[in-house]
Write a protein that binds this ligand. Structure first.
Ligand code: CP
Length: 304
């Protein structure tokens, strides 16, 4: 593959190859960060047209740990503000001969469009409500390390499914690896026709979490709700927020995940998020660096 635009384009073998490579970055006997010079001499540009904490920081750290020259474009301060289009901005950066372009954009499909116009490898760091492939890969690595496998697991993905690129990428990845996926959330936040992806759908947390191995919580994406139905936080937490009573329906050793950013007391009880026996939220962030190192290295190979 030249680009990483979505999980949609990956085979189970591709997914396993990324996770196996990422494992080598995640494990050291003395738990110190792995460093290599495999991207030495390559230029990586991060272009984030939407806010990010985890994804942008981890792509920057990942590139630097592999020896790349990493530049973060400050999009708020760029000529986009003067009316330059996405494609013209991309062509301008392309003329500086980057090797790797990491792009986040609020419009679904914008990253794939941009990839057609440039000569370098393009990585989708989240496009609208479409895909966030490195998030699904880091979730998969976290699950595989905690559960010892990435097959035949029951995974409940809960909350605002309709607006979530994280949910879409996870549904595809977990389905390709032959897991059972349940989507749990209000009917108004469930994308129509999602059952065709082979998932089960319910608006009842007890039924959705029953005997789950993994419980993945999602944020209400208010910025994508453009005037539509927005539930009150109190009512939402009561019916769909993950608390101890609802988590009791899952398997006793079920892990709790959240891609972040998290809203405590809305989709998840703060105590559960902080419970080191159940929550793997910080481990997901840690695996994010390892997965992004693997993706950058795999796409950067041969470009030096
Ligand atoms: N999970 C995730 O994409 O977080 P950021 O928006 O902080 O990058």
């Amino acid at each position: 593959h030249r680009h990483l635009l979505g999980i949609e384009h990956l085979s189970p073998t591709d997914i396993a190859a990324v996770l196996d490579r990422a494992d080598t970055f995640a494990t050291t006997p003395d738990s110190r960060a792995v460093r290599r010079d495999s991207l030495s001499g390559l230029t990586q540009i991060n272009m984030f047209f939407e806010n990010s904490t985890r994804t942008q920081a981890s792509f920057e750290i990942a590139g630097k740990r592999l020896g790349a020259d990493v530049m973060n474009m400050a999009m708020q301060a760029s000529s986009i503000k003067k009316g330059e289009t996405l494609i013209d901005t991309a062509l301008t950066l392309n003329a500086m001969h980057p090797d790797l372009l990491v792009v986040r954009h609020p419009n679904s499909g914008a990253v794939a469009l941009l990839a057609q116009k440039v000569n370098c490898a393009v990585i989708n760091a989240g496009d609208g409500r479409h895909e966030h492939p490195t998030q699904a890969l880091l979730d998969a690595l976290t699950i595989r390390r905690r559960k010892g496998r990435l097959q035949r697991l029951t995974v409940a993905i809960c909350g605002d499914i309709a607006h979530s690129r994280v949910a879409r990428s996870n549904i595809m990845l977990l389905g390709k690896m032959e897991n059972r996926v349940r989507l749990v959330g209000p009917k108004t936040l469930m994308p129509p026709g999602i059952e065709k992806f082979g998932v089960e759908v319910t608006d009842d947390m007890a039924a959705g979490l029953k005997d789950a191995d993994v419980v993945m919580m999602l944020r209400l994406q208010r910025e994508r709700m453009d005037g539509g139905f927005i539930p009150s936080e109190r009512e939402y937490y009561h019916r769909f927020g993950l608390d101890a009573a609802k988590l009791a329906h899952a398997k006793p050793d079920a892990i709790v995940m959240h891609p972040g950013p998290m809203n405590r007391g809305v989709e998840i009880d703060g105590e559960i998020a902080d419970d080191i026996n159940r929550s793997v939220i910080q481990e997901q962030v840690e695996m994010g660096v390892a997965v992004r190192m693997a993706v950058l290295e795999l796409l950067g190979e041969g470009r030096g």
